[in-house]
Design a protein around this ligand. Structure first.
Ligand code: PEP
Length: 272
């Protein structure tokens, strides 16, 4: 008998992988696997486990259509980015309202690849977070330091700036109502195979709660959902998730294959 002590969130960021047919294949295999995995099925039904997939925009509808009806309140689909304006002359962009209309529950905002490859700044990310709250879609706010910032001892300063800017115009009650999910993702750990140690990740996630409490007066209790992301895989997921202030994981590479994603699910549920 396995005792699950807290709700676990496992979110898969597919980045620019899995178009329509690969998304269909993924969910065919995923759904088959779920049928035979009683522990995961029960954890989902009891709301002790929540899964979310973030496919490319073009695959969002297919992904939504493939979720078995019995799990529709514990497996969700989100997008990897959105624009902060409602509509207009923004070629190539998708609005938060459009994602909401599709049925997305979540949208990743401020992923390090958006910040560092596409030049998204803290003020832009802050505007996106505000629009998400207005449109009632939950942003998964990514924040974290680069390797250089870590080496220069700037981790806390950087994450404090990112967090304060992101929640600046958000009310304390919206924060306490879990209208934002936080994902600490050290940039040096993303896609590198180098994960933060569970203790280091725990320290930053606890500090995140401190920063939110000091700046917004938000509750220090379990009110904020905080994920860790950065090279999470079957071999390290459980130790990370078992930390007091880490509620789950945002997973890139290891969420692309059903096998490796289930490896993480099973180890987090104590079924290695
Ligand atoms: C990510 O893209 O958010 C991520 C954490 O990637 P990976 O798990 O591959 O490091």
């Amino acid at each position: 008998m396995v005792l699950i002590l807290k709700k676990i969130y496992l979110f898969g960021n597919w980045k620019m992988n899995h178009g329509l047919s690969r998304t269909d294949n993924f969910f065919k295999e995923f759904n088959n696997r779920l049928v035979s995995n009683q522990l995961a099925g029960n954890a989902l039904k009891q709301h002790l486990l929540e899964l979310a997939f973030f496919p490319p925009y073009v695959s969002v509808l297919n992904a939504l259509g493939e979720i078995a009806s019995e799990y529709k309140d514990s497996i969700f689909v989100g997008a990897q980015n959105a624009h902060q304006e409602d509509q207009g002359a923004y070629t190539g962009e998708i609005s938060i309202e459009m994602l909401k209309e599709l049925g997305c529950k979540y949208v990743i905002i401020g992923h390090s690849e958006r910040r560092h490859i596409f030049g998204e700044t803290n003020p832009v990310i802050s505007a996106k977070i505000e629009k998400c709250i207005e449109k009632d879609i939950i942003p998964v706010l990514c924040y974290g330091e680069t390797l250089k910032e870590k080496e220069d001892g700037l981790t806390i300063k950087v994450i404090e700036e990112q967090l304060k800017s992101a929640v600046d115009n958000i009310s304390t009650s919206d924060l306490n109502d879990k209208k934002i999910i936080f994902a600490y993702e050290p940039v040096w750990a993303i896609g590198t195979g180098l994960s933060a140690t569970p203790l280091d990740a725990e320290n930053i996630c606890r500090t995140t709660r401190d920063i939110l409490k000091d700046t917004k007066g938000s509750s220090m209790s379990r009110d904020q959902i905080i994920l860790y992301g950065g090279s999470v895989k079957e071999g390290n997921a459980k130790d990370l998730i078992n930390q007091e202030n880490i509620d789950g994981a945002l997973i890139g590479g290891a969420s692309l294959k059903v096998d490796s994603f289930f490896g993480i699910i099973n180890s987090c549920l104590g079924q290695d």
